[in-house]
Design a protein around this ligand. Structure first.
Ligand code: NAP
Length: 300
């Protein structure tokens, strides 16, 4: 239970609703910032404006999956209010206050470091990232179906990266009957790709390997689909770039060549916000309970 905990949930999409539901069920008191257009009310959760909060009582902040942008602004789907996380806000919280976010960026990392507050990145956890890869894959399949006039079955699909998402994407497209090849740079990844029954290739050979593809799914958050690589792919190839913003594709050059290249962020929040929210809610509940227990023990 989270009885006695005061938590500020700031912004986000429908995934946050599952988190709010779970934390109120566990008896936490919630301040909801950036939710004034949300029709639903939750017992134990109060909608507030960021300038109305007494931050000295806040034990934890829950940010959306993306955290903040590089100026500290938090995305708020259920509000027109501009919500910005500042150093002053963090400085006025108790020293044990923890900031939970899906991912971080230089701004958020710098802000929490300066304020000396603990930042927990939920997606740095393998369990969260692997569970979350399930709705991500479903969203990727949805995009492939929506943006092609051929079946996935029988098509040549290149997946770039064999991390938590790359592995799930490769497995699912293979199971749907696509001819899947996966590009990676580590020998153990190339071995795993072979074990999975799909075709491995080294990313050094990307320019050659993309010459015969119908769909490329990038999961690498670095510029891998450069102009040089894109100049080699067939014009009909669909690129679905699921890596975090700005993705790993030279979108300008893709457009110039007439290649359809789509940056596809937040797929779990689009195709399965309930499941994606429950994944986050379950792990947050566990982490907050541990925080509370630790604080109680320290007080003894
Ligand atoms: P991950 O487990 O860290 O995998 C990343 C992969 O990229 C690894 O195979 C890694 O290989 C490779 N990589 C990283 N930097 C590289 C570089 N400079 N050159 C070549 N390969 C490199 O991450 P993940 O959980 O699979 O997530 C992948 C990306 O998708 C992330 O950006 C994540 O934020 C994003 N994501 C998006 C959605 C969405 O809805 N669009 C959903 C979930 C995740 P090495 O081991 O060799 O470094």
């Amino acid at each position: 239970m989270l009885t006695g905990m005061q938590i500020a949930v700031i912004g986000g999409d429908a995934r946050q609703l599952e988190i709010i539901r779970k934390l109120t069920e566990l008896d936490a008191r919630l301040s909801l910032i950036g939710f004034e257009q949300l029709d639903h009310a939750f017992t134990g959760a109060v909608k507030e404006k960021i300038n109305e909060i007494d931050f000295s009582t806040i034990d934890a902040f829950i940010l959306p999956v993306a955290g903040t942008n590089l100026q500290g602004q938090v995305e708020t789907i259920f509000s027109n209010e501009k919500v910005v996380l500042t150093e002053d806000i963090l400085a006025s919280t108790p020293s044990h206050c923890t900031i939970y976010s899906g991912i971080t960026n230089p701004f958020l990392t710098g802000l929490t470091t300066k304020a000396n507050r603990r930042l927990v990145q939920l997606f740095a956890r393998d369990d969260v990232a692997i569970y979350n890869s399930i709705p991500t894959v479903e969203g990727t399949i949805m995009m492939a179906i929506q943006h092609t006039d051929f079946t996935i079955h029988g098509s040549n699909v290149a997946v770039l990266g064999l991390g938590r998402c790359g592995m799930s994407v490769a497995r699912a497209f293979h199971a749907l009957g696509a001819k899947v090849k996966v590009g990676a740079r580590k020998s153990e990844h190339l071995a795993r790709i072979t074990e999975m029954g799909v075709t491995p290739f080294h990313l050094n050979d990307l320019e050659t390997e993309v010459r015969n593809t119908d769909i490329i799914i990038n999961t690498i958050p670095h510029l891998v689909l450069s102009a040089a690589v894109l100049s080699k792919i067939p014009v009909h190839t669909l690129i679905i770039d699921i890596a975090s913003k700005p993705g790993g594709t030279d979108f300008r050059y893709a457009e110039k060549r007439g290649i359809k290249a789509l940056l596809a962020p937040s797929l779990p929040g689009i195709v399965a916000p309930k499941t994606a929210g429950q994944i986050l809610a379950d792990v947050l509940a566990q982490l907050l309970e541990e925080d509370l227990k630790r604080r109680k023990e320290n007080k003894k």
